[in-house]
Design a protein around this ligand. Sequence first.
Ligand code: PLP
Length: 354
Amino acid sequence: MSKVHNYSAGPCILPQEVLQQAAAAVTNFDNLDLSILEISHRSTSFVKVADSAIAMVKEMLSVPEGYSVLFLQGGASTGFLMTIYNLLTENGKAAYSDTGTWSSKAIKEAQRFGNIDIVSSSKDKNYNYIPKGFDIPSDADFYHFTSNNTIFGTQYKEFPEFDGVKVCDMSSDIFSRQINVADFDLIYAGAQKNLGPAGATLYIVKDEIFGRSGRNIPAMMDFKVHASKESMFNTPPVYSIYVAMLNLEHMLKNGGLSTYENLAQQRAKMLYSEIDSNPLFKGTAAIEDRSNMNACFALTDDSLKEQFDKMWNEANISGIKGHRSVGGYRASMYNALPLESVEVLVNVMKKLNS
Ligand SMILES: *Cc1c(COP(=O)(O)O)cnc(C)c1O
């Protein structure tokens, strides 16, 4: 067991069991006497890994027929671009919600290509809430939003409704909550937040939207190309997919999505209860929109900073410094974070107030 309580915002904590299996495969993968780092992505042993990773994503999220699951390179930031190449028509427009740094970045990329309608934004209050009750024009080529705002600690508790093509960046809360994949046309997520190590990006694409933009799409940006080659149009991020597969296996063994949804709710409840009851702390996000994954909070009296920082450091807590755009603290509680780690943090907060 690691003694460090790892609250890293990303790349994220992974289960010890997964790390051990991943380490063993670096020297001897699948009893081949070869490393996972030095074999062909088209070898039987690795194709089996990729196939089972895809099958387990489908199982975890109950992905219906008619969707392709892809593991590609380039991070969620490339997902911003792939969304546009595949879905934005030459003279069309797209609708976006701006709820934080990552949605702003997605918008910025989209604006290079066409007419973008920002249908809701929480920029006026430094993104500390989720806008509600806005209209999405029915003639938009697609609507894009970010389910969990990793930096500002807000999360949609209910997803916006839109009858057209719906796209969601779920990088930082995928596999932590039940979702109905059929409500979406495209879901994407950088693996390093809640699935595995950096390097792989997960795409769940409705096959119906292939080539929807009518653009001359560069092959590497084209979902149809990647789907027709089962994510092996070019060399996929082999090791990253392998570790993600181990983690999916681990999560399914532990009860799948309902276990992790439950855990996420328990961790969040424990930490937010302390933030709300301890007079030395305050939460920075609107209460009803608080993220179960990334809890942002601050000291009510900044002169206690040095003392608090020393205390959590001594308790072997790592990674709770807030992002520079919010300040304060951010505790990222991804799937592999044990409840025990939250207990340790809560106890440090209590001790500061005693
Ligand atoms: C981290 C993050 C990104 C960026 O992911 P990269 O894989 O680094 O490109 C995008 N969206 C969200 C919600 C994130 O948390």
